[in-house]
Design a protein around this ligand. Structure first.
Ligand code: GCU
Length: 612
């Protein structure tokens, strides 16, 4: 018997290496994508960040032959080298330029500033298998369409530019040298999420970290620990393994609360608990985080979790049972100073420090899930978060695949951040046109949130684009019945009714909290002049003064998040010498210089903080 097993081991070793070695293996690994592995930065990993070779491929020549048929061999994914000097191979990653990943290609290579299409990336790395361990290849985000090969074998694909994904590549890796190739295509398509038209730069590339994560063969895939809905005295949660395995002991330990739950997984590989506890509650004034370990015999995950309740009562938002006014600001994932896609802890700290300086206890992270560092930094700094999927403007509401894509992005956003107490609102859309198909699409997403994450609020940014009659602005959107918080964007003083804000009257006919998710206007930092001159700092300052005066007359307003903290790149802003492909509605310029309107908002928030 032993002889047979020995022979089998030897045979499978050589067979495995043969398959890997013949990089032109046609068999596409049937998607090796596995459910998201959460709390990724707490796990042992090899970073694959750093210099990746890249090849720009506008006609997707590395993926299709000249008859537009996908290559099974000869594709760039093989990372082929000529077997002899006479062999024709018309690409070579190793002599191609490199980009320092994570980054967007638009700011990494000035020739690619406007580029929308395919770029191939390749990274070589060394790996040694360890017995009892698996290797999970993790991408924090790739915008927009990613196809991934390891050692020339397809491991899977992913669409969506702002959510993580990962593959179990254990069987494909070799001991020694390996390489990963990623085809990234950021072309905009009508049926994508977001769709063809949006007001931010379409930064393409591997825009967040890439890690090779080492997990035990049976690993803790995900877990949840939080106060039960509306119960400040009961902590509940669960631990989920990567496989349906019963009887595995898992432990959830919160030493400071003297709370230790020793559990056994059920047949689904899941264990649940609920235990009375009186944690110090997380709030902007006291962003208390507890050290939490989730472990089993061969694996320990460290996390920091805040405990809080978030609910509504009539037109009020209640944090830990107390009414709170959301003193917010909207933020795009635009890197301060260097521009490009923000991704790092440093970027997050800079942006959120400006929000703090403004007097914020809340931020609207628009219009897509931001990187995990941004959410964790907000948690540490005591800033509540609105997190949003890019169901933006005129989406293909009738397309089933478009809906699946949107729901997948929502699923992955919730999975990654369900333990992040700072997130109080999931937003399912921004400025979408009224209609039956849209209501069906969005109400299904809202329901998905309520079912899969009942302890948070659901909202969406609606619009009020004109006065109903006279100076009356009435919010009217059928979606009010599906969300917990009604939010709307208004641009009185910029896109409409310039200088009329002081006469405006508002009617919000829904017995729910209402927040203004966007308002504002543009200014080129440093351009001073008359308050009637569009794009001067004085024009923006006067617009802000008129708007905050107007807000004082809106009964029961529960929060505001002006558009926007910092100027950001947009291909829709072409006014030469003023916009130069920047949306200039920032309260801070892209160089970090505050405009006059920043101080109008800061003063108003100071007042709100003291009397609310
Ligand atoms: C809209 C939209 C933003 C956009 C802003 C603007 O409300 O939600 O994404 O940038 O207006 O026009 O500046």
């Amino acid at each position: 018997m032993k002889k047979i097993i020995f022979l089998w081991v030897v045979l499978s070793f050589f067979l495995g290496n043969y398959l890997n070695a013949s990089a032109d293996v046609q068999a596409e690994a049937v998607g090796l994508q596995v459910p998201l592995v959460t709390n990724i930065f707490a796990r042992p990993s090899i970073t694959l960040c750093g210099q990746w070779n890249y090849i720009v491929d506008p006609l997707e020549n590395g993926y299709y032959d000249y008859r537009r048929k996908p290559w099974t061999t000869n594709g760039f994914f093989e990372n082929k080298k000529p077997a002899n000097p006479s062999e024709l191979v018309e690409y070579d990653f190793d002599t191609s330029p490199t980009m320092n990943i994570p980054t967007d290609w638009n700011t990494a290579d000035e020739k690619l500033f406007f580029y929308e299409g395919t770029v191939w990336f390749k990274k070589s790395f060394n790996y040694q298998h360890k017995s009892g361990k698996k290797a999970v290849l993790y991408f924090g985000a790739v915008n927009y369409d990613a196809k991934v090969w390891v050692n020339g074998r397809k491991v899977g694909e992913h669409v969506g530019g702002f959510t993580p994904f990962n593959f179990d590549v254990t069987e494909i890796l070799k001991d020694g040298d390996n390489f990963v190739v990623v085809k990234v295509d950021n072309k905009r398509e009508q049926d994508n999420v977001p769709t063809l038209n949006f007001d931010w730069w379409n930064y393409g590339g591997i825009t967040r970290e890439v890690l090779l994560v080492e997990v035990p063969d049976t690993y803790i895939e995900d877990y949840y620990v939080q106060l039960a809905k509306g119960e400040a005295g009961l902590i509940e949660g669960w631990v989920k393994l990567n496989e349906a395995k019963a009887g595995v002991e898992v432990i959830v330990d919160i030493p400071e609360l003297k709370l230790k739950q020793t559990l056994k997984t059920n047949a689904d590989g899941k264990a649940q608990f609920a235990v009375k506890a009186k944690p110090e509650l997380w709030s902007p004034e006291n962003p208390k985080l507890y050290k939490v370990t989730v472990s089993k015999a061969d694996e320990t995950l460290y996390d920091e979790i805040g405990f809080r309740t978030i609910e509504t009562r009539g037109r009020e938002i209640l944090l830990n049972g107390k009414s709170v006014f959301l003193r917010g600001v909207s933020i795009h994932e635009e890197a301060p100073f260097r521009q490009g896609r923000a991704w790092s802890e440093a970027d997050a700290h800079t942006l959120l420090s400006w929000a703090k300086e403004l007097g914020c206890n809340y931020v609207r992270l628009a219009h897509y899930p931001h990187n995990e560092h941004m959410v964790r930094e907000a948690e540490k700094m005591g800033i509540m978060v609105w997190s949003e999927i890019p169901v933006y403007w005129t989406i293909s509401w009738e397309n089933a695949d478009t809906y699946k894509n949107a729901e997948a992005q929502l699923r992955d956003e919730i999975t990654r951040d369900r333990n992040r107490c700072a997130i109080i609102i999931w937003s399912v859309a921004n400025e979408t046109p009224h209609g039956e198909a849209r209501d069906k699409f969005l109400s299904s997403l809202a329901k998905y949130c309520h079912v899969n994450d009942p302890v948070r609020l659901v909202s969406m940014a609606m619009e009020v684009t004109s006065t109903t009659s006279g100076n009356l602005n009435r919010l009217q959107d059928n979606m009010h019945q599906y969300v917990d918080v009604v939010a709307f964007n208004e641009y009185v003083g910029w896109y409409r009714d310039t200088k009329a804000a002081r006469n405006m009257v508002w009617e919000i006919p829904y017995e729910k909290p209402a927040i203004i998710s966007e308002f504002g206007g543009g200014a080129l930092q440093g351009w001073h002049g008359s308050a009637d001159q569009r794009f001067t700092e004085e024009f923006q300052e006067d617009l802000y003064k008129a708007n905050v005066d107007m807000f004082e007359r809106i009964e029961g307003l529960a929060g505001t998040s002006p558009w926007i903290l910092m100027d950001f790149r947009s291909p829709r802003r072409q006014l030469f010498g003023v916009q130069d492909f920047f949306n200039r509605k920032g309260l801070v310029s892209e160089k970090g210089i505050k405009k006059l309107a920043f101080y109008v908002m800061k003063d108003w928030y100071e007042k709100k903080k003291n009397n609310k």
